[in-house]
Ligand binder design. Structure first.
Ligand code: SAM
Length: 331
């Protein structure tokens, strides 16, 4: 029953983008006047649950809800509550989500009640003005309230920051001290060339090898084998006692250990974040009340999962490596 791709990798991790809409417009992620998918194209929450259940039956052990902003999808807690039955049965090891934190003060307690144990919150700066500038529509105080609520509800919070040249590079040591002081891991991510945005990515791109070298001069960093099921490589920071993760899709891709596939809110399955190839699962899902057709379509798709991706950001390459925005497939 296990899903094994042509390179022998077992697929046990599903990321589900439950909506492509977001209440922020982060400059490196989206254009300000984004065109979103028509609501009529979306899978219903029941259909998303059915698809996730098929994946769980086929060996998915970890499931992450993402977006867009997952917590702005109407009635999202209904889906979380439904999926939590797979935690209760033991079929699923972990149900989690990646969020911008804006709605967390409303939902943190209920997420914890549904069996969610840890969440990732995306946060690129601790400066309220800079935060508003980079997210265009976001307010730092709401996110801070959300993080407080999540920790109060007992959720383990990991912060994700996209490293952006001349924006937050100088601030990252302070963010790390702050995160570690509050018992949160911090992961830094290289910006990826996905979708047209209003800015020039060459101006934003900061190779994490440079950040690591700069942090090495200020802190004692020790590589550790710690893993959370994702692509981050971690170091322990002696001065803070916390963990710092590096996600380096540009300078060092991590495809050889890729265990994941990504489902969009319209039922499109992407076998690789950095490739255009995809499989439609909506048609086979709707074509039959049973799950045989969709299970077949999943097997066929896993059978053509590519070896990996090669993102390029440089001044000669003005087009993004993949045309869709990160908000379509989630982070
Ligand atoms: N709205 C949720 C959030 O903010 O976490 C989930 C979706 S968001 C697309 C997931 C993550 O992708 C965020 O941490 C965001 O900063 C990151 N991201 C978006 N566009 C990116 C890009 N082009 N390169 C690298 N990371 C990106």
């Amino acid at each position: 029953m296990d899903m094994i791709d042509p390179f022998g990798r077992t697929i046990s991790y599903l990321r589900v983008s439950v909506t492509d809409r977001c209440d922020f417009r982060c400059t490196y992620c989206m254009a300000e006047d984004m065109a979103f998918l028509p609501k009529k194209d979306l899978l219903s929450l029941e259909e998303l649950d059915r698809l996730c259940t098929v994946f769980i039956e086929k060996g998915v052990r970890r499931l992450r809800l993402t977006g867009g902003e997952p917590l702005v999808r109407k009635n999202i807690m209904h889906l979380v509550r439904q999926l939590s039955r797979h935690l209760a049965s033991g079929a699923l090891e972990e149900l989690t989500l990646t969020t911008n934190g804006s709605q967390l003060s409303r939902f943190a307690a209920e997420l914890a009640d549904c069996g969610v144990r840890r969440i990732n919150v995306s946060l690129d700066t601790l400066d309220a003005d800079k935060f508003h500038k980079i997210t265009r529509w976001g307010h730092l105080d709401k996110v801070m309230q959300g993080i407080d609520a999540a920790q109060a509800a007992g959720l383990k919070v990991k912060l994700n920051a996209v490293a952006l040249k001349d924006f937050n590079d100088a601030e990252l040591p302070e963010m790390m001290r702050w995160a570690h002081g509050r018992g949160m891991d911090l992961t830094v991510i290289e910006t990826m060339p996905m979708g047209e945005i209003d800015a020039d990515r060459t101006d934003q791109y900061l190779p994490l090898s440079l950040l690591r070298a700069s942090l090495d001069r200020q802190f004692t960093l020790t590589d550790i084998p710690f893993k959370t099921g994702g692509p981050a490589r971690y170091v322990e920071v002696a001065e803070t006692g916390g963990r710092l993760g590096f996600i380096t899709p540009m300078t060092h891709n991590f495809c050889e250990s890729c265990n994941r596939v990504r489902l969009t809110c319209t039922g499109t399955l992407y076998m690789c974040l950095g490739q255009e190839d995809a499989a439609d699962l909506r048609a086979p899902l709707r074509a039959s009340e049973g799950n045989e057709l969709v299970a077949e379509a999943i097997d066929e798709a896993i059978g053509r999962k590519p070896k990996g991706h090669d993102f390029i950001i440089d001044r000669r390459t003005s087009r993004p490596s993949v045309s869709r925005h990160m908000s379509v497939t989630g982070g």
